[in-house]
Write a protein that binds this ligand. Structure first.
Ligand code: ASP
Length: 323
């Protein structure tokens, strides 16, 4: 009898808690430094979700480092109450193969809340690099073997993956320079401290347009229509067979978050993804806001599982994983 009473009290406490959600500010953990593409998406998303979440304050917490695994681990270990969320990208699927020994399990340590966007990447170079187009870039890289620097957001990040696939396709080694995110890496690229970087269009398109960096190629199967990027070839058209990377992004909560809270966040997310301002901001930078079944948590989870299965053999065959 006593046992039954405890169960009833606990269940009603959860209901009361879910009913009141959100009653305090929510943080979205960004596993990369401020000023980069993931940070930018998270800030736009936080603004778009505020109203559907009843005006709640949505804060950004940049828990950067270790290619995005510090932030992901922080959320995996956070209290499952809906107040600590994670915006993360394709690394959720590639990191388990690309980096062994990550301190969390992508498939069992999170609740999946829905996908947010698909973001192409671009290969870019520092201003003044003596190569006007992709073909010239490849010759310049071959002539300067052993001297070329390639920035990235750390081992396991999307820029790391893209850079590894690029080096692998060319069969050349470059010196990789890791940052806590491609926001700070971009500052160094513009300043000429590093030569090249592969990064999301949400960070690169405005700098390409302003001619602060040189755009060489996009990583999508088809050319992009975004004005700043429409003249760039795809990696495949430039001769790198099968080279295709899209940085899809999704929202996560710690495993065990109550279903009622998950449903509220998912409803708010879906409203945010229809917000014309959010769509305009993200799509103006080359991203595609998700407008299909992957906005549903179960479909998001299915998609990530399929991406893990898709990338694992590619990463293994390319032999590009790191410890
Ligand atoms: N572009 C970064 C990456 O390589 C992430 C970031 O800095 O937002 O994954």
């Amino acid at each position: 009898m006593k046992k039954l009473l405890v169960v009833v009290v606990t269940a009603s406490a959860v209901w009361a808690h879910a009913d009141a959600y959100p009653s305090k500010s929510i943080s979205i953990v960004v596993p990369f430094a401020a000023g980069g593409p993931t940070d930018r998406s998270a800030r736009d998303l936080a603004e778009a979700m505020r109203k559907p979440l009843g005006g709640a304050t949505v804060l950004i917490d940049n828990a950067a480092g270790a290619g995005g695994s510090i932030g992901a681990n922080k959320v995996a270990k956070a209290s499952p109450d809906g107040y600590t969320l994670l915006l993360h990208h394709i690394s959720m699927a590639t990191m388990p193969t690309l980096v062994r020994n990550i301190p969390f399990k992508v498939e069992s340590d999170f609740e999946y809340l829905g996908m947010v966007s698909d973001v192409p990447m671009t290969l870019i170079g520092r201003p003044g690099l003596p190569a006007k187009n992709f073909k010239e870039l490849v010759s310049w890289i071959r002539q300067n073997q052993g001297k070329v620097n390639l920035g990235n957001a750390g081992v396991g990040s999307a820029s790391h993956l893209c850079g590894l696939l690029f080096q692998n396709a060319l069969q050349v080694d470059m010196t990789t320079v890791p940052y806590k995110g491609t926001g700070p890496a971009m500052t160094d690229l513009i300043g000429g401290q590093i030569d090249l970087m592969c990064d999301q269009t949400t960070n690169t398109s405005s700098h390409i347009e302003a001619k602060k960096v040189i755009g060489y190629a996009v990583t999508t199967a088809k050319p992009l229509t975004t004005p700043a990027l429409k003249d760039l070839p795809t990696m495949q058209d430039a001769g790198l067979k099968g080279f295709e990377v899209t940085v899809w992004q999704g929202l996560y909560a710690p495993k065990g978050t109550p279903p009622e809270v998950i449903a509220k966040i998912n409803t708010a997310l879906k409203l945010a993804l229809k917000d014309p301002e959010f769509i305009k901001k993200q799509e103006g930078l080359g991203a595609v806001v998700v407008n299909d079944k992957r906005v549903e948590p179960a479909e998001h989870k299915k998609f990530v599982a399929a991406e893990i299965a898709k990338w694992s053999p590619i990463v293994k065959a390319a032999g590009v994983y790191a410890d």
